[in-house]
Design a protein around this ligand. Sequence first.
Ligand code: SAM
Length: 242
Amino acid sequence: MASTQEHYDDHLGPIYTWMLGGFDAACSAAEEELDNAGLAPAKGDVVVDLGCGSGQFSIVLARNGASVLAVDCCKPLLAELDQRSGELNVRTIHSDMLSFRRHLSQPASGIVCMGDTLTHLPSKEDVQVLLRDVASALKSGGVFVATFRNYAGDGPMGDARFIPVQSDANRILTCFIEYGRFSVGVTDLVHERDGDSWQLRTSSYEKLRLEPAEVSATLEESGCHVRTENGSRGMVRIVAVR
Ligand SMILES: C[S@@+](CC[C@H](N)C(=O)[O-])C[C@H]1O[C@@H](n2cnc3c(N)ncnc32)[C@H](O)[C@@H]1O
């Protein structure tokens, strides 16, 4: 079993943007998600993107005038974002998102943690620590948006555990998931064409089984008004206003 960082550095990071269908498609989806969440920063607003990946949310927020702090523990993904951000106001930070406040010098107008990133943290206690820090780092009226998968229930059984994610003529990404008591084991299987044959690479890591109610309760206890909605790609969206 790989650590989350190993999984992204060595396996998923280099093909992450391809997995999303390319960067332009990812930006269009990000724009729609942020519109639906009602996060529309004004020019100069400071916004933090926790677990930014290759940065489609950071880019969309910066195009709208925000000054973005993009935090991720995967260097190849941050390098991709650096290449794409050009003149936009995006500062990439290679760090554990649990330490994001060290890099923030003023209260944030917005904080986002998108695309099932919260479930990548090692424990529910870590999620609570992060959410309390998020609430403290927001200015009054500031907004936090998170999307993540609700892994409640028994989970898929048998063949349904194999999920086709993305494919083209040269590569196929399939995800295999297996529910444990507190976590979900995730294996990303990557088949890549090598001349007339195919090579298989695999890597496994764990995600937390996080309940939307736990997330909203912690944010409410930290002084936020919270709503829970359906997000894109079957995820739950939590929107918290400080
Ligand atoms: C599923 S991807 C989501 C990326 C992006 N937010 C999106 O919506 O496409 C999760 C990202 O979180 C990063 N990540 C996971 N755990 C992290 C941590 N503790 N600190 C910083 N980044 C982390 C991974 O490197 C990866 O880029």
